[in-house]
Write a protein that binds this ligand. Structure first.
Ligand SMILES: *[C@@H]1O[C@H](CO)[C@@H](O)[C@H](O)[C@H]1NC(C)=O
Ligand SMILES: *[C@@H]1O[C@H](CO)[C@@H](O)[C@H](O)[C@H]1NC(C)=O
Ligand SMILES: *[C@@H]1O[C@H](CO)[C@@H](O)[C@H](O)[C@H]1NC(C)=O
Ligand SMILES: *[C@@H]1O[C@H](CO)[C@@H](O)[C@H](O)[C@H]1NC(C)=O
Ligand SMILES: *[C@@H]1O[C@H](CO)[C@@H](O)[C@H](O)[C@H]1NC(C)=O
Ligand SMILES: *[C@@H]1O[C@H](CO)[C@@H](O)[C@H](O)[C@H]1NC(C)=O
Ligand SMILES: *[C@@H]1O[C@H](CO)[C@@H](O)[C@H](O)[C@H]1NC(C)=O
Ligand SMILES: *[C@@H]1O[C@H](CO)[C@@H](O)[C@H](O)[C@H]1NC(C)=O
Ligand SMILES: *[C@@H]1O[C@H](CO)[C@@H](O)[C@H](O)[C@H]1NC(C)=O
Ligand SMILES: *[C@@H]1O[C@H](CO)[C@@H](O)[C@H](O)[C@H]1NC(C)=O
Ligand SMILES: *[C@@H]1O[C@H](CO)[C@@H](O)[C@H](O)[C@H]1NC(C)=O
Length: 587
């Protein structure tokens, strides 16, 4: 029986290795929050699109978060939660303190009679306004918040792109001396809390170094901007994305997570002011130089009316306007304020027009009882609205199929409620056997759709030759502007909703994929810890080979070579047993 020892040992080794592999394969979450599922699906359909075309929800940190919770460490925890639930753009006000010559988040300088405890939350006054600030809530700690969020979501399942937009402001010496005598300016020169800021922008962002997509990265990944003769659909964005990569390249080839850009520079010119250095420019994009962006205001009526025209005028063929918007490769944001706050509907409209809405109003009345909502309530209210691909009703608990079939004891589980159709409000989940029209997308031009208004087919027939006209195939909108172009087409041709789009989770629950009914969920093959799999896979192969040899050995024991090997093993085992004082009678 002794020979079994090495056999068993190897078997266990193999089992161990293959099980550790199983564990990695198993990391597909079993029961997920429908918003996470919906966001992942939306991220995945947008992968071929240039990152300039992505639309998602953002917050202005000062107006929404810090003014309410104070410039405190606890507000940073709230921020991290906001990132976790799905905030993808953060607008940040940075203050250059001319007295200490350091960057800070608190809009007021600390006076010399302030508490020397860096963790106490103090009330500080500047230019007649009061702020609640904590000394150690520094720009560095803000960056560390982002860094820890990125570290905890750096898997294929969870990666995403976050954009940081900065507005630079001055805490100016001249403001102090204007309102008061020179002696009062001195009280800010020596705050009791020392060295709590960095003196350059570049140092401020250093905790994000590995995740940051820098201006110097452009040249590396931007074969994408180059000339290509390929005219496939995904190539449209390769040709038009300019200096910026597609989402897929950004996340999964460059392995980046964030872009930082200075979009507004309000620094007061003075001898104590801050000059953006060449080193800063290696890390930050500047809207004035290499970050083409529009930061519109919800109060700008011309933005609103242009958006309304895109949404409503269904008579005219707007195909060219959509292409223009996509080819402009401009990051588009719209920021609201206390006069013109976003509502569910206006936020969704702006999103459809290709703007990422940034929540900046100090309060929203999202519930009927007229109380001002907390930050969490505001984010929870708008998040379902911000997923352009989906009908928001599908993402809230009431009458949602997505919720229904994710629920453990759902009775719908066995029905093929797994294919996505487009209603007038966005994607909804439908039984794949239902018969609808197909949204056929041009294979070369992403904004060109064709729908045969006679035939209605089940989703399972997507691979039929005649399901779509020549040059077209069942398609999915990859951006909110692409969705708008499809909506525009549906309205202009008077086609009934819903229509099938190419998205389903037939093979793996919650894993929405494009590519027809037989498309596989990609996350079981190229799992999160890509490198780990890379390491384990060869040993797994070796294991299989060894197991195979062991089986062979069992069958061909008469083989003289095997007999020799057996003898060799026996010798080895006896030696081993002697050394380790194992008892037993060698056979
Ligand atoms: C610091 O002094 C100013 C007056 O110079 C006063 O208004 C303020 O309350 C003082 N702050 C603290 C923390 O004592
Ligand atoms: C600022 O200086 C003015 C006189 O220049 C004085 O009246 C006022 O009290 C001072 N304010 C503070 C807060 O010290
Ligand atoms: C930036 O400031 C932090 C303290 O806020 C300090 O720990 C860090 O070393 C500074 N970074 C650089 C590059 O100076
Ligand atoms: C688009 O560009 C990326 C990176 O440059 C490349 O990997 C990808 O194959 C290109 N796609 C097409 C369709 O050419
Ligand atoms: C364009 O790229 C796609 C996918 O990358 C490929 O299938 C197709 O054959 C290419 N077409 C041309 C004309 O090179
Ligand atoms: C910033 O640059 C301006 C002009 O280039 C110069 O006059 C000023 O002294 C600089 N400020 C600092 C703080 O270096
Ligand atoms: C409104 O937006 C348009 C472009 O969308 C811009 O040209 C104009 O300057 C904006 N108006 C204001 C007051 O900002
Ligand atoms: C709209 O115009 C584009 C060219 O500008 C054309 O290719 C497309 O077929 C037109 N669509 C419809 C529905 O007429
Ligand atoms: C946010 O709103 C406030 C006023 O409500 C305004 O002063 C501020 O500039 C806004 N922020 C941005 C980024 O537009
Ligand atoms: C806005 O949408 C949220 C869900 O995203 C919903 O709970 C809320 O009732 C809606 N508010 C209004 C006024 O319709
Ligand atoms: C499943 O059913 C049990 C009892 O019928 C109920 O308590 C539980 O909340 C249900 N679970 C879900 C996820 O609906």
């Amino acid at each position: 029986m002794r020979y079994d020892y090495p056999v068993n040992f190897l078997t266990y080794l193999c089992l161990f290795i293959s099980c550790s592999l199983c564990e990695i394969l198993d990391n597909w979450p079993v029961a997920s929050n429908p918003i996470d599922v919906a966001m992942r699906a939306q991220r995945d359909v947008a992968r071929p699109v240039s990152i300039t075309q992505l639309t998602n929800l953002g917050i202005a940190s000062s107006g929404n978060l810090f003014e309410k919770e104070g410039y405190t460490q606890s507000a940073l925890l709230t921020l991290e939660t906001a990132l976790t639930v799905g905030i993808r753009t953060v607008y940040i006000d940075l203050y250059w303190n001319e007295f200490t010559r350091e960057w800070q988040l608190c809009p007021a300088p600390f006076p010399s009679n302030a508490s020397s405890s860096s963790i106490s939350v103090q009330e500080v006054t500047w230019k007649g306004r009061k702020y609640k600030c904590q000394g150690d809530m520094t720009v560095q700690s803000l960056m560390q918040t982002f860094s820890s969020y990125f570290a905890s979501t750096n898997t294929n399942l969870e990666v995403n792109l976050v954009t940081m937009l900065f507005r630079l402001n001055s805490i100016s010496i001249s403001d102090a001396s204007a309102s008061n005598s020179s002696e009062s300016t001195n009280i800010y020169k020596n705050p009791p809390i020392k060295n709590l800021g960095n003196s350059t922008l570049n140092e401020c962002i250093s905790p994000l170094n590995t995740y940051l997509y820098k201006p110097t990265n452009i040249h590396k990944s931007s074969t994408s901007g180059g000339v290509s003769t390929n005219t496939s659909r995904s190539d449209f964005y390769n040709r038009t994305s300019g200096d910026f990569p597609t989402l897929d390249t950004f996340m999964l080839q460059d392995y980046k997570r964030i872009i930082a850009s200075v979009v507004e520079n309000n620094l007061k010119p003075s001898k104590n002011s801050y000059n953006i250095s060449a080193t800063d420019k290696k890390n930050f994009f500047l809207s004035s130089e290499n970050f083409d962006s529009e930061i519109a205001s919800s109060s700008n009526s011309s933005v609103l009316s242009r958006c309304q025209a895109l949404l409503e005028d269904t008579k005219s063929n707007k195909s060219d306007s959509f292409i223009d918007i996509a080819e402009e490769t401009r990051f588009r944001y719209i920021v609201d304020n206390d006069q013109d706050r976003f509502t569910n509907d206006s936020l969704r409209d702006f999103l459809q027009c290709g703007y990422s809405p940034i929540l900046n109003a100090s309060s929203y009345i999202t519930y009927d009882d007229e109380r001002a909502d907390t930050f969490a309530e505001v984010v929870n209210n708008f998040l379902p609205q911000s997923l352009w691909l989906w009908d928001p009703k599908e993402l809230t608990r009431e009458n949602s199929v997505l919720w229904g079939y994710l629920a453990e004891n759902s009775t719908d589980k066995h029905i093929a409620f797994r294919c996505v159709a487009l209603s007038k409000d966005g994607g909804i989940i439908r039984n794949c056997y239902e018969k609808y029209h197909y949204a056929c997308k041009n294979k070369e031009m992403p904004f060109s759709w064709k729908i045969d208004d006679t035939d209605q087919l089940a989703y399972f027939e997507a691979n039929n030759e005649d399901a779509c006209p020549k040059g077209y195939s069942l398609g999915t909108p990859s951006s909110s502007i692409e969705l708008l172009s499809l909506m525009n087409y549906l309205y202009s041709e008077n086609i009934d909703f819903p229509v099938w789009i190419d998205l389903n989770d037939i093979t793996v629950n919650d894993c929405f994929v494009t590519g027809g009914p037989y498309a596989k969920c990609p996350y079981q093959r190229t799992v999160s810890k890509r490198k780990l799999v890379g390491l384990i896979a060869p040993s797994f192969v070796v294991c299989v080979v060894i197991l195979f040899l062991l089986v062979l050995e069992k069958f061909f024991r008469v083989n003289p070579i095997q007999t020799n090997r057996k003898r060799y093993w026996r010798k080895r085992i006896n030696e081993y047993n002697k050394i380790h004082n194992y008892e037993g009678v060698p056979s």
